[in-house]
Design a binder for this molecule. Structure first.
Ligand code: ZN
Length: 206
């Protein structure tokens, strides 16, 4: 149970777990991806609330444990104010959780995926400044291409980019052979692996 406060100031308890196990409860995968997990209705004003609450996802069969921290805790975690137990991957906010679980489900290497996103972001930014760029992994299509959704190029529009699985495999091999490469090292900040570790830095220095 979670304690929730609505915009209307109503306090109530919602039956939303703070730890889920995707091996024993695989149905949660679909509810996360269709945006029904962490959503509830306020009993006072009937508003549909999208909650940004710390949640741990255990997926032993995929050798993965992920913790989703609220977006508001990004700086606290990166600044060592908020800590997370060792060995747990960190994502911030619901969109990053959906992205990371899709990567884990497809048994891809998240560092390699973030390296691809970094290249896609760099290419997308050539046409001008894109401070709100968000690139999310969506899945593998039947032509063996990795599908990425790109937000923030144009207001309220999503672009789709496909990357051949063969290119992913090349990058995966490069990550294995050159773990100390400055790009791959820069993508990782403690247990948070994301192209944003570099892209946000770049934006801050513009
Ligand atoms: Zn309410």
């Amino acid at each position: 149970m979670r304690s929730i406060t609505c915009h209307c100031d109503q306090h109530f308890m919602a039956d939303i777990p703070d730890v889920i196990n995707l091996d024993s409860n695989p149905e949660y995968y679909a509810s996360i991806q269709d945006n029904t997990f962490l959503t509830c209705i306020c009993p006072a004003c009937n508003a549909e609330l999208r909650l940004d609450l710390e949640t741990r996802i255990e997926w032993v069969s995929k050798n993965a444990t992920v913790i989703m921290l609220p977006e508001i805790e990004r700086l606290a975690y990166l600044g060592d104010i908020k800590t997370v137990p060792d060995g747990i991957s960190v994502v911030f906010g619901y969109a990053e959780l959906c992205d990371r679980l899709a990567v884990i489900k497809d048994e891809l290497d998240c560092l390699s995926i973030e390296a691809i996103k970094y290249h896609l972001a760099t290419k997308a930014s050539e046409g001008g400044s894109t401070p709100n760029l968000e690139i999310l992994y969506n899945g593998i299509n039947d032509r063996q291409e990795l599908v990425f959704h790109i937000y923030g190029l144009k207001e309220n529009e999503m672009a789709v980019t496909r990357v051949p699985l063969t290119l992913y495999n090349t990058i995966r091999e490069d990550v294995r052979s050159n773990p100390g490469n400055s790009l791959y090292a820069g993508l990782q900040n403690k247990m948070y692996i994301s192209c944003k570790n570099i892209l946000i830095e770049d934006t801050a220095h513009d």
